[in-house]
Design a protein around this ligand. Sequence first.
Ligand code: ZN
Length: 284
Amino acid sequence: MTGTQIVLLVFGTVTAFAVGSFLCVVIDRLPLALNEPNEYGDLYDTRPWNEVLGGHSRCDECGEPIRAIDKIPVLSWILLRGRCRGCSERIPAFHPVVELLTPALFLAAVWAIGWDWRLLPVLGLIPAGIAVSVIDIRTMIVPTRVVWPAFGAVVALSVVTAAIEGEWSWLLAAATGLAALAGPLFVLWFFLPSGMGFGDVRLAVLLGWTIGFYAGTRPVAAVLLAVITLFFAAVIGLVMGIAVMGARGRKAKVPFGPALVMAAFLSIALAEPILDSFGVWALS
Ligand SMILES: [Zn+2]
């Protein structure tokens, strides 16, 4: 590694810890519990962004503002033994998990992809994927208020990357990946709306674009990677379903968003060996 790369890695890791703390605020405040299910049968709606980001962080239970010393990622949660300093109410365990997972996935992405400009859109996807997954697990909704801004950001990062590399065909591969991942899920949702929410289709738009862009110059590689992602998502979803139903009973609802996100990350990490083994050489 060069000196510049080490500096980038350290700066990126510190930033990722800060992003993880920010994601905890989003996960905590974005979902708004409803008194009765809405027209889609959801028990949660989402708050507007100005309400999510405005004001001080406070304890949900006693309203005590959270002190700066209690905002250190992971460490504060451990020192407080997972409880509020004021009222001893439990601080949900997703806090340290998200605060650790964000820098861990950042480092994993750098390790798996290397110093390639195509790292950029993937880094845009990581925080969105984490926020959506944890919110989906806690509330059974895939928030549009996260998915569409994240899609906008990832598309912008893709255009920047394509411009830097002079590889405009990557954008075509991205659009192909989007269609190949979201298309089948849309058909599934259309004929079997009880099996999956439309939020998962929107999520597939975001994931499919990123996977397709990463697959590179050939649309056929984007399609293959999207199909592999669907396969991974089905397997992960099945395992999660069995685990959730085993723990909470047969009628328990199982979120599909985390399975889709995990499958997408797995496909990106394994893109090179997957495409190689199918003889679709795309990554240069
Ligand atoms: Zn409290």
